[in-house]
Design a binder for this molecule. Sequence first.
Ligand code: GN1
Ligand code: MG
Length: 369
Amino acid sequence: MTASQIATLFDVPGRLVTLEPLGSGNVNDTYRVILRTTFNEEQYVLQRINHHVFPDPPAVMANMKAVTDHAHQKILAEADDADRIWQLPRVIPTCGGEDYVKDSDGNYWRALSMIASTTSYENIETPELAVEAGIVLGHFQRIISDFPIDQLADTLPGFHITPGYLANYDETLKQDSAQALLESSSEARRLSKFVEERRDLCRILEDAKERGELTERPIHGDPKITNIMIDNLSGKGTCIIDLDTVKPGLVHYDFGDAVRSSCNPAGEETSDLSKVYLDLDLFESLVKGYLKEAGGFLTNADRKYLYDSIRLITFELGLRFFADYLAGDVYFKTTYDGQNLNRARVQFALCESIETREGKMREVLENLG
Ligand code: GN1
Ligand code: MG
């Protein structure tokens, strides 16, 4: 079924006027839906869940419902003391009261409330925005921190388990088609060398988890900068969106992902590697914002691994993009040939920049922590 046909099935008043692609997600398909009545206009977000990535979309929706219900209550309870109006999307039911539609082609669709008058940035350039990105992530982690993880399904097994991505990369390399891509590109061979030199890094967080040093909590899973909504009027962060990957994990996966996506002013789609670096001012600002909210629940052991999580998650995303390029672009959506190779080049360049700045980054974390 088409998106326009699906768009009329949710419990939103008005006649469908239009539907347009929204955002830059690499996994799901997202649309802005506009409906009108004589007196009013309604907008909502329609998404087709990528069921090749998320094997159990009903479980994704159950997590999303449970977590947003919990978070909405928390936000309301704290509203009087908050310095802003915090928002979080609401799952809009179908006319029949369900949380999603499964169409005749086997696709799953959902509707979410639109966070109005906000902007989602592809990359950020000012310290003020970096502070806000940190506050938004810390706030979200804090308000869901008491949600019992045994009530959260694992919607994406293996997500952010770096040794698993390395094993997947090794498997991919066994394919003739992957070998052919490597042989035909010196840049791909350079990246494969980059991976070889960092094999030992992959286990750092999982080993700490196995030793009991780090423990799982509810996490967002995908707090990249485009998922953080900034209020157009106040300039403050107001919301984090894209809640598919809320599940048990290490808060480090989130922290690392927020830093790698917010503190590289060139963004993750640039093709100019000379502009890719970890900006220390943005980093310091993000950490300041994050600790305002997260300072209360981070343990000393958590703090010890913050730097490593940034290096690791940046490397991991590069590895995921690179493996996907070698596998023939089966996971991340692409709009041009070689896009996943290019995305991997960017993340690996950022990883190198993070390694160069290790001393300064650790200093920032210690001074602020
Ligand atoms: C994917 O769909 P989107 O764009 O929010 C990916 C993240 C990556 C991100 C990189 C479920 O997120 O893990 O960090 O691309 N999501 C999933 O842009 O794999
Ligand atoms: Mg996502």
